[in-house]
Write a protein that binds this ligand. Structure first.
Ligand code: TRP
Length: 459
């Protein structure tokens, strides 16, 4: 069976950017920036992207494109069957594991788009937003219904194939996402009092920067760029030989960072406009589904048409961002089962989808009927979230950088990033130095931090 390719360089970059731009850009980056010294955090974050993110992204691109195989196959081929092949297998597992809880949040964004569009937040007192959210996620049926719909959309795109599914949808959804982001940011920035929000985001306050800030910035950079588990490796296996790897990586990282910063311009001017303390808005689900619906109603006029449009577009934006990321995670597993177990794409995708339906439903129900099922003091959703975020991803990132820096043949590396001598690669030495000496050490620190090893120092 012939392997598909992305049809254009633009399509390749947009698909990879679709993977990178996700919930992490909206619900973590802005708040981390605000609380960690504004522009100071942004500068550290950009340094992390340059010194760690890009070298690893380029390495993942390279491994995928060189082998033209799914992540497990890619690592097996490129490591000549040595035990390093386990890094690829672990990556596939991590992606599948992340997807199980990621789809749950994707489903919530659909419900909130629907609520916003039907003006359901009109006249809701501020303190009731928490109940609305808690009652929704505790409901055994409604979140599951949205979950099935969300997974159904992913399944549909994946079964259409690489070019007419993934690439085509990215070419449609990424520009849409861009336009909505810019529109919402302009609206929010023109609200009265917006300048304080902009100042909160952009004024560098180096006194807030600690070693934890740096670790957070690194962790965020990895998550946001979809690194450390072979997501981008799988997409790069559909790049053709002419795609410039380093340039594409820079483009993806730039799009990802711009969207993350613009998300800050959507959120904080509105927060300051209603006189809310940005330290009280929460992060993650609390920020997105409890604080923000209220913030938007207050800032734009309760129940007004502007509030309806703004908040509908905001949740739709989140939905699109989550969807393109979820598609990339699904593709990692689909490419794996299809190629390693020689199945048709339809069969492979269906197998993956069924497992995600089952485990995703368990994660979703862990806010309701299954809330008592706990392990290590965590419900099922948090188990999936924490195990992948705190363990699988940092470990994967560390192993990938060691592999790329120390094991991978230097000539092969140079040939790939220069497209066999067609492109100049003046950054090559720096890249190798980062992969060898900086990245494994830096990610090792994030890993220890995630495992709680530094907690005693922080206290
Ligand atoms: N990058 C996405 C986000 O910002 C999430 C994501 C998709 C991801 N694929 C990944 C994270 C692979 C880590 C690894 O939300």
């Amino acid at each position: 069976m012939e392997r598909e390719n992305f049809g254009s360089k633009l399509g390749a970059v947009l698909a990879a950017a679709g993977s990178a731009v996700g919930l992490g850009n909206v619900w973590r980056f802005p708040i981390e920036t605000g609380q960690n010294g504004g522009a100071a955090f942004i500068i550290i974050y950009i340094l992390c992207i340059l010194l760690l993110g890009l070298p690893i992204m380029i390495s993942e691109f390279l491994i995928g494109r060189h082998t033209h195989a799914n992540t497990a196959g890619a690592f097996r081929i490129i490591s000549n069957g040595s035990p390093w092949k386990w890094v690829g297998r672990m990556g596939v597992f991590s992606g599948w594991f992340i997807l199980c809880y990621y789809v749950v949040v994707g489903a919530w964004t659909m419900h909130y788009t629907f609520l916003s569009a039907t003006n359901a937040f009109d006249d809701v007192p501020a303190q009731q937003y928490e109940d609305i959210f808690n009652n929704f996620v505790a409901n055994p049926w409604l979140p599951t219904l949205w979950l099935f719909l969300f997974i159904g959309v992913i399944h549909f795109v994946i079964t259409q194939g690489v070019r007419s599914g993934i690439e085509k949808s990215a070419k449609l959804m990424m520009p849409t996402l861009f336009i909505i982001t810019i529109f919402l940011a302009i609206c929010s920035v023109s609200l009265p009092g917006a300048s304080r929000g902009i100042e909160f985001l952009l004024k560098p306050d180096w006194s807030k920067v600690t070693s934890t800030t740096v670790l957070d910035a690194m962790g965020q950079a990895f998550y946001s760029l979809s690194l450390a588990m072979g997501c981008l490796c799988t997409y790069a296996s559909y790049f053709d030989k002419k795609t410039p790897l380093a340039k594409s990586a820079v483009n993806v990282a730039t799009i990802d960072t711009l969207i993350a910063i613009m998300a800050g311009f959507i959120i904080f001017p509105s927060v300051f406009n209603i006189g809310m303390n940005p330290n009280d808005v929460g992060v993650g689900a609390g920020l997105t589904f409890v604080s923000l619906p209220n913030v938007f109603q207050q800032a734009l006029g309760d129940g007004s048409i502007l509030a309806v449009i703004f908040s509908t577009l905001f949740y739709f934006l989140l939905f699109v961002a989550a969807l393109t990321s979820a598609i990339s995670l699904h593709e990692v597993a689909t490419a794996y089962v299809t190629e390693e177990f020689k199945m048709s794409r339809k069969k492979g995708a269906t197998l993956v989808t069924v497992t995600i339906l089952v485990l995703g439903t368990l994660c979703s129900l862990s806010f309701g009927p299954l809330s008592n099922v706990k392990l290590f003091d965590r419900n099922i959703f948090s188990l999936f979230d924490d195990f992948s975020g705190r363990f699988l991803l940092p470990l994967g990132g560390m192993l990938i950088s060691i592999f790329a820096g120390w094991i991978l043949d230097r000539k092969l590396y140079h040939d790939e990033i220069s497209n066999n001598g067609d492109l100049k690669a003046p950054y090559f030495k720096l890249l190798v130095a980062s992969l060898r000496y900086i990245a494994p050490f830096a990610i090792g620190l994030v890993f220890l931090d995630q495992l709680g090893m530094f907690d005693f120092i922080k206290k």
